[in-house]
Every structure is written in structure tokens, then in C-alpha cells.
Design a protein around this ligand. Structure first.
Ligand code: GDP
Length: 482
């Protein structure tokens, strides 16, 4: 199903090269509001490059420019054309949105002389859905005093509004000041990483307590250890590299007394209680028995509770004596429980100490990937390459279009794909996308769940082109959940 006509990966690479490390400002707005004139003004003496945005067919103008000592790229999105019936225009619309989704800052341009129209409101709605930071440039304010004519621009509700005349250059300095003020910080100070809370779960007698005792002695840099009350578990604070890890001693979690018949219920309830206290769970299994259905159920509880997971195959000393081999064990486990593949498998012996030193680094890697944030531009390059590698499928006779993707949440990462269809996306394509994104983002077998959601965008233009429908869709869905 490889696509022949286009070379999205090549084009994506072009943009990556030309925007190398620089923040990107994208101009967007309806036709004839003066985007190109404004683009030329902002470009100043910079030399415009004609390049492409990942996955687009048109060449878009982009330029490297600077103001107040900040370098950045300015891209003219080519325009959001609503209510046009030609497929070419629909295509232009998708491409403009794709450019917008990659922006660090979006400048939404309106014509202040003609006044704000319903189409401006709808175009802005589409741009807002991308979640990119936005500012409003009200253009064609050629003379002092013209601002009052454009007062309806305030009704668009954007916090930052600048009046400009692209033709005469008025207000362009102010606009550049605002742009630079809102660009992401050059070298953002790394935010203090919150503690990573790690707990061990597993069936009785798999070796959790023995492993915990080993772990308590593993790092000598134990900063504090405070005994819990009867209700609170004992927390042990460890330093792993530059990361603070809080190890939750689950034996300290009070077991409420229950009658015999409720044993199963009780143990699931207790597992959930432990899972919710932690960020990363180390699921300990007894390697002499292999992974059991009950272990897999615990793994699923971790996954459905949105936590990161590492699987620790303990008692490997005894398992090795029984002739078990790591490669065969891992292959077997992944064949029997395919969904477990998102988590790494570790092999340990709490008795000899072998492999125990891998637990904390693996937990830190799992926690980091669980909290990871990915640049929108990077996500959209991966999407362009995925779509080029395999055509999106037909859904009920219509071709699925994936316009752009943004990360809408973390812990675990959640990606929203903005599409023309949000339901009944074939599972094989969802798996294909998940695989591509995991591989490209370094999320294979590290232990974080990855959520994919499909949201329908642009209902007002895709469904009712030609009709003035003023209520854009805000449909959300998670058809992609496995
Ligand atoms: P928990 O119920 O999961 O906390 O399990 P324990 O830590 O109490 O261990 C249960 C039993 O398994 C004890 O007899 C341990 O000595 C034994 N055990 C734990 N880890 C290992 C291991 O890595 N190898 C072997 N051979 N025995 C182990």
C-alpha cells in the first residue's frame, strides 16, 4: 500500500533542516486578509525559502528572521479557505491546519477593515483545536483611529491582539515584540522532576519482600526513611542518578481484615490501592512458574490505571537450574500475553542479587517515558512518514484523513489525531500507528502505556462546504484505545 506520487518523508526532512532548532511562527487566516504582505514585512531582510511542511503538497513560504536578538522561522500557511467546493481548496485547508499544528506560535490574521465574519470565527475555532499558542493580528489598520472600526475583533476572545498595517508597516514592530515575548524560552530551565514513586506488586511468595530488602541496600544514598503509621506505607527515598525515587514498601499498607470468601476481591482491591499510590509498578513474577494468568491480570490493572510497568522475573537462579533460558522465556511471555510487550522484562534473583541492580534504572526509564512530552513538530513528522508508508484505510467507504497530531496529555502520553472520521478506525491501522510512534519516540518496551485518540475536526467545512454552519464540532472520542 505504499504511496507513490508523494515523498512526504523527504519534504518533512526539508522542513526539519530549515527550521533546525528554531521556534516556528505560522501565519494563518482567510484569503485576502493580507497574510503574504505581513509575511514579507516580518521577513524583513531575511531571505525567504520556499519549503514544505510535512505531508503537504504545496510549497509554503518560510523565512528565517530575527527580532530583539531572537532567531525564529516565519511560515505563511497559505490560508484557511472555508466554504469552497473544490477538492483543491479542501486540501489547502488540511495543509494549512497541518502547518498550524507544528507551530510554536500561531499568528491569526484578520482583516480589520472588512470586519470580523462568521468565517473568521470558524477558522479560529479550527485553529484553536490544535491547542497551539495564539495571538491575533488585526490587519489593514492603515491610519490612526481605524482601530475603533475593528473593535469586533475583541469578540474573538484572544488575550493578545495587535493592530497592524502590513501594507504601510504600522504596528509591525509591536507585533514582532509580542511574537518574541511569546516564543518558547530559548533554553528552558529543566523543570524540577517530581519524585518517581515505585511500588512492587505480585502474587504472594514471588519474592517481593526479598527484593525490597535488596533494594533498600542497593543505593547507599538513602536520604530519609520514615516509618509509616498503620495506614501509611513506609516510604524509602533513593537517589538513582539524578532522579529521586520513592520506594513504597507495600508490606506497610494496612490489610483490612476480611472474611475468607472475599479473598480474590480483597487482593484485587489491595492491588489497585497500591497501583494508585505509585507512578511505576514493578510486577514481580516467579520465573520458576513462568508468567501466569493472575500475573497478567495484575499487569492489566496497572495498564488500565494509567501507570507505567516493568516486569521482574524473579527466582531466576532457581529457574536457570530448571533449564529455563532468557530468550525463550521472553518469547514465550510475549506470545502468550502480547499486550505485555509495552513493558520491559528483567531477570533477577533476590537470593544471589543478580539483576537486582537493573530494577531502579529500568523503573526510572519507564517513569521518564511515562511523563515524557513530545514536540508537536516531531509528532507531525512521524505522522507524515507513517501516512506515506501506509495509506490510511477506508472507513465505511470513506478515506480516513489524518490531518495532524498533538500530545494532549502525559503520564501516560496521550496523542490526539485530528481526522475527518473519529469512530470505527480499523484496529490494524491503530496498531500500525502505535507501532510507528513507539518506534520513533523511543517508547518500545520501556513500560509506558501510549494512548491514541481520534477526534474529528473541521466538521463545519468538511461536511457542509457551501453551507454556513456556525457551530464547529467539538467531538472527542477514543476509538483507538486497545
Ligand atoms: P513475597 O510474598 O512476594 O514478599 O515473597 P518473599 O520475599 O517472602 O519470598 C517468598 C519465598 O521465596 C521465600 O522463601 C524466599 O526466600 C524465596 N525467594 C525470594 N526470592 C527468591 C529468589 O530470587 N530465588 C530463590 N531461589 N528464592 C527466592
Amino acid at each position: 500500500m505504499a504511496r507513490t506520487a508523494k515523498s512526504a518523508p523527504q519534504r518533512a526532512t526539508m522542513l526539519a533542516a530549515s527550521a533546525e532548532g528554531l521556534p516556528t511562527v505560522v501565519l494563518v487566516g482567510r484569503a485576502n486578509v493580507g497574510k503574504s504582505t505581513l509575511f514579507n514585512r516580518l521577513a524583513g531582510r531575511g531571505r525567504a525559502i520556499v519549503s514544505s511542511i510535512a505531508g503537504t503538497t504545496r510549497d509554503l513560504n518560510m523565512v528565517r528572521t530575527s527580532h530583539d536578538g531572537r532567531d525564529f522561522m516565519v511560515v505563511d500557511s497559505g490560508g484557511l479557505e472555508l466554504y469552497a467546493n473544490e477538492p483543491a481548496t479542501e486540501r489547502a485547508m488540511e495543509e494549512a491546519l497541518r502547518a498550524v499544528a507544528m507551530a510554536d506560535l500561531v499568528v491569526f490574521v484578520v482583516d480589520g477593515r472588512a470586519g470580523i465574519t462568521g468565517a473568521d470565527h470558524e477558522a479560529l475555532e479550527l485553529v484553536r483545536e490544535t491547542g497551539r499558542p495564539l495571538l491575533l493580528a488585526v490587519n489593514k489598520i492603515d491610519n490612526p483611529g481605524n482601530e475603533s472600526a475593528a473593535s469586533d475583533a475583541y469578540a474573538l476572545g484572544l488575550p493578545t491582539l495587535v493592530f497592524v498595517s502590513a501594507a504601510h508597516g504600522r504596528g509591525v514592530g509591536d507585533l514582532l515584540d509580542e511574537i518574541v515575548a511569546q516564543l518558547p524560552a530559548q533554553n528552558p530551565a529543566p523543570a524540577a522532576q517530581p519524585d518517581l514513586r515505585l511500588a512492587l506488586i505480585g502474587r504472594p511468595n514471588v519474592g517481593k519482600s526479598s527484593l525490597l530488602n535488596r533494594l533498600f541496600g542497593y543505593e547507599r544514598a538513602i536520604v530519609d526513611s520514615r516509618p509509616g503509621t498503620t495506614r501509611d506505607p513506609v516510604l524509602v527515598r533513593l537517589k538513582v542518578g539524578d532522579r529521586d525515587v520513592v520506594l513504597i514498601d507495600t508490606a506497610g499498607i494496612r490489610r483490612p481484615a476480611r472474611v475468607e470468601g472475599e479473598l480474590e476481591q480483597h487482593s484485587v482491591g489491595r492491588a489497585i490501592e497500591i497501583i494508585r499510590r505509585a507512578d511505576v509498578l514493578a510486577l514481580v513474577v516467579d520465573a520458576t512458574e513462568g508468567i501466569t494468568d493472575q500475573d497478567a491480570r495484575l499487569a492489566r490493572l496497572v495498564e488500565t490505571n494509567d501507570r507505567a510497568l516493568i516486569t521482574v522475573c524473579n527466582k531466576w537462579d532457581a529457574a536457570a537450574k530448571l533449564g529455563r533460558r532468557v530468550a525463550a522465556f521472553a518469547r514465550d511471555a510475549r506470545e502468550r500475553y502480547p499486550f505485555l510487550a509495552f513493558a520491559p522484562l528483567l531477570f533477577t534473583s533476590a537470593v544471589t542479587g543478580d539483576g537486582v541492580d537493573q530494577i531502579l534504572p529500568a523503573a526510572v526509564a519507564a517513569g521518564n517515558s511515562w511523563r515524557a512530552e513530545f514536540q508537536t513538530a516531531r509528532l507531525n513528522r512521524i505522522l507524515a512518514e507513517a501516512v506515506a508508508a501506509m495509506d490510511p484505510p477506508l472507513v465505511a467507504g470513506r478515506r480516513l484523513k489524518l490531518m495532524y497530531v498533538t500530545q494532549i496529555g502525559k503520564a501516560p502520553p496521550r496523542l490526539a489525531f485530528f481526522t475527518n472520521i473519529e469512530r470505527d478506525i480499523p484496529a490494524h491501522y491503530v496498531r500500525f500507528l502505535e507501532g510507528r510512534f513507539r518506534a520513533a519516540l523511543g517508547l518500545e518496551h520501556v513500560g509506558t502505556p501510549l494512548r491514541l485518540e481520534f477526534r474529528r475536526t473541521g466538521r463545519s467545512w468538511a461536511d457542509s462546504r457551501g453551507k454556513h454552519n456556525t457551530s464547529p464540532a467539538h467531538a472527542g472520542g477514543d476509538a483507538g484505545r486497545k
